[in-house]
Design a protein around this ligand. Structure first.
Ligand code: CA
Ligand code: CA
Length: 202
């Protein structure tokens, strides 16, 4: 880039109208001539682009969709986003090595076995959240495998009817020193339900 600094270009872009800004930001960072010195096809550049997009959305109210994790890894970096799961599954003689496979028929999908560091070939007791009542809150503790947490997202949820579920607020989720997590649900009549929703982080 010569003649203009990046901040100058962004500043000028922000003075433009919405559509121009959308186009200029993507063009600038992800493959246009102005980005040639920025090695655009890297995960780092995508993350920087996301930071810029987030600023435009948060501060200026623009409608721009950030890159998803899978989009960054597969489309921009050219790697298999699911590689960490495939590597884990390859360590076992699985007939069905998909996320939903359950070779040992213990009711826990391979994704759950992966998340909680279980053996997908040995039946485990389906993990039950055993709550305790502490100060007007039901608490339950779970222990995911730490190095698998980037690939999976765990949402502790609560419900009053076991049909409609809400994410438990982060203020009621504590990471413990041993790597476990404790979620709390305010006790109420006639009762409450708790569960963990596990999904691949996209
Ligand atoms: Ca299983
Ligand atoms: Ca198992």
């Amino acid at each position: 880039m010569t003649g203009s600094s990046l901040s100058d270009i962004l500043f000028q872009s922000i003075q433009s109208d919405l559509n121009e800004v959308d186009c200029v930001v993507i063009f600038l960072w992800l493959g246009g001539s102005l980005s040639q010195n920025f090695h655009p096809n890297t995960q780092g550049q995508a993350i920087v682009a996301n930071a810029i997009i987030a600023a435009l959305v948060d501060d200026l109210g623009y409608t721009v969709t950030p890159f998803g994790n899978r989009e960054i890894v597969e489309d921009l970096v050219g790697l298999d986003y699911d590689q960490i799961f495939h590597d884990w599954a390859a360590g076992y003689p699985l007939t069905d090595d998909s996320l939903t496979g359950d070779d040992d028929r213990d009711g826990l999908s391979n994704l759950l076995e992966f998340t909680f560091d279980l053996d997908p070939t040995q039946p485990d007791s389906p993990t039950r959240l055993e709550p305790s009542l502490v100060g007007g809150f039901f608490e339950f503790t779970y222990t995911p495998r730490a190095d698998h947490l980037g690939y999976v997202t765990i949402h502790p949820q609560s419900s009053t009817d076991a049909k409609s579920w809400d994410d438990i607020d982060v203020s009621n989720i504590t990471e413990n020193p041993n790597g476990s997590y404790t979620a709390r649900i305010a006790a109420s009549e006639p009762g409450v339900f708790g569960r963990l929703e596990i999904s691949v982080t996209e």
